[in-house]
Design a protein around this ligand. Structure first.
Ligand code: 4NP
Length: 152
């Protein structure tokens, strides 16, 4: 069963959305996946997702309220088959952390979306529309990633 870790900065907005959307879409396709998310930063460890992301996800029928933030750990590079970074800053931080002797499948989440952007913008300091935009992007990335897994 492929193990997939979605990573953003705080693990309260983008990567919890990615985790929730991936889990829902994998379930719809009857695909067995082990899915988790984490943040490169530690500020929100133990916290539930941001209320605004919980609300935006709920409006699409997705309950992400049970998730709790954690920080990405060196062990994650051994425990997951894929680590999917939400933006290129998260990607660079993960690349710096990655054990040199470990061939790790580190990707940008939106590589699989085949859209106009590779960056999932941080919605934290913006308005409600930013959270919806993240969900739009994440839905495309998740569908593309699951297609990639199915065709592998
Ligand atoms: P996330 O958003 O990386 O999508 O979870 C952020 C949440 C909190 C902070 C930054 C980004 N923060 O600086 O507290």
């Amino acid at each position: 069963m492929p193990r997939v870790l979605c990573v953003c900065l705080g693990n309260i907005c983008r990567s919890p959305a990615a985790e929730g959307v991936l889990r829902a879409k994998a379930g719809e396709r009857r695909m067995k996946l082990d899915i988790d998310s984490a943040g490169t930063g530690a500020w929100h460890v133990g916290a539930p997702p941001d209320k605004r992301m919980i609300a935006a996800a709920a409006a699409r029928g997705l309950d992400i309220s049970g998730q709790r933030a954690r920080q990405v750990d060196l062990a994650d590079f051994y425990e997951f088959d894929f680590i999917l970074a939400m933006d290129s800053s998260n990607y660079a931080d993960l690349k710096d952390m990655a054990p040199p002797n470990k061939e790790c499948a580190l990707h940008l989440f939106l590589e699989f979306a085949k859209g106009d952007t590779l960056e999932t913008p941080d919605p934290y300091y913006g308005g409600a529309e930013g959270f919806d935009h993240v969900l739009d992007l994440v839905e495309r990335g998740a569908a593309g990633f699951l297609n990639f897994l199915e065709r592998r």
